[in-house]
Design a protein around this ligand. Structure first.
Ligand code: PEP
Length: 268
């Protein structure tokens, strides 16, 4: 197997609406004090208020990628309260999270706006991190795979195959997210993870990586990563303290070599 065929394990966190500038600085300093284990691709999505200050604290040559939790599709203009991809990039983002279920539920994000944002992110050279996932009622009716397929097909509809290969997908079943969520088992998510990879293959490509998110913690991380279609983890609460995040990174590092699905263009 050549090095180009080895995927890193992606492990990232969104801080959601948390952390003052001082709290963000403390987290970053604690994270930077620990060597990032090899085989792990780390990313952190601070709130916009802290993005530029976190960027200036993380050395340019650090392997830690930074991103934002949302951005608008338009490059600029009269969109009160919004931030464009261009502005996010200028503030230090490499990744843009798009379509988290909290934004879909509370802020009117739709499959169409997700598609527009994904295209805008790619146009600005940013990596879209597209979140998909079904509500509990849909899962209970056996509709999880169909629901996610439609979300994904629309989300990717404005991208060419070469652009889709730049995208990260996070499967985050809504019933598994947050303090009221039920942690998922690998058996519950494996079908959807496989489906996501299949949708990519049908588009003639593969995503940069397909992540699982929703109540990930040190107890279930290894089990969730045992699924061959899962290339990383997107973590909320369990990674909001730097010590918790570092613990997860260390736990995931030995699993990196087992993720042998080739990179787009890689050989095996
Ligand atoms: C999330 O909301 O994207 C998430 C992964 O949260 P948590 O890990 O806290 O369930």
């Amino acid at each position: 197997m050549t090095p180009s065929s080895i995927r890193p394990v992606w492990v990232g966190t969104s801080w959601k609406m948390n952390k003052t500038l001082a709290e963000a600085a403390t987290f970053v300093d604690e994270l930077l004090a620990v060597p990032i284990p090899s085989g792990i691709q780390v990313f952190v999505l601070p709130p916009y208020t802290a993005l530029a200050s976190v960027r200036s604290r993380v050395p340019e040559d650090s392997p830690i990628l930074l991103g934002a939790q949302n951005a608008h599709w338009a490059p600029e203009g009269s969109w009160t309260g919004e931030i464009s991809m261009r502005m996010a990039k200028d503030a230090g983002a490499t990744l843009i999270e798009i379509g988290h279920s909290e934004r879909r539920e509370h802020f009117g994000e739709t499959d169409r706006t997700v598609a527009r944002k994904a295209a805008a992110a790619v146009a600005y050279g940013l990596i879209p991190l597209i979140c998909v996932g079904e509500p509990l009622a849909v899962r209970d009716e056996g509709g999880a795979e169909d629901f996610v397929r439609v979300q994904l097909q629309i989300a990717l509809s404005e991208l060419a195959p070469a652009e889709i290969s730049q995208v990260l997908i996070a499967y985050e079943p809504i019933w598994a997210i947050g303090e009221h969520g039920t942690p998922a088992t690998v058996d519950q998510v494996a079908g959807v993870m496989a489906l996501i990879n299949e949708v990519m293959a049908t588009a003639g490509t593969s995503a940069k990586a397909v992540l699982y998110g929703g109540s990930v913690n040190t107890e279930n991380a290894a089990e969730l990563l045992s699924d061959p279609n899962t290339h990383g983890l997107f973590v909320g609460r369990a990674a909001w303290e730097a010590s918790g995040f570092v613990e997860l990174l260390k736990l995931c590092a030995p699993l990196a070599r087992r993720l042998t699905v080739p990179f787009p263009g890689g050989s095996q």
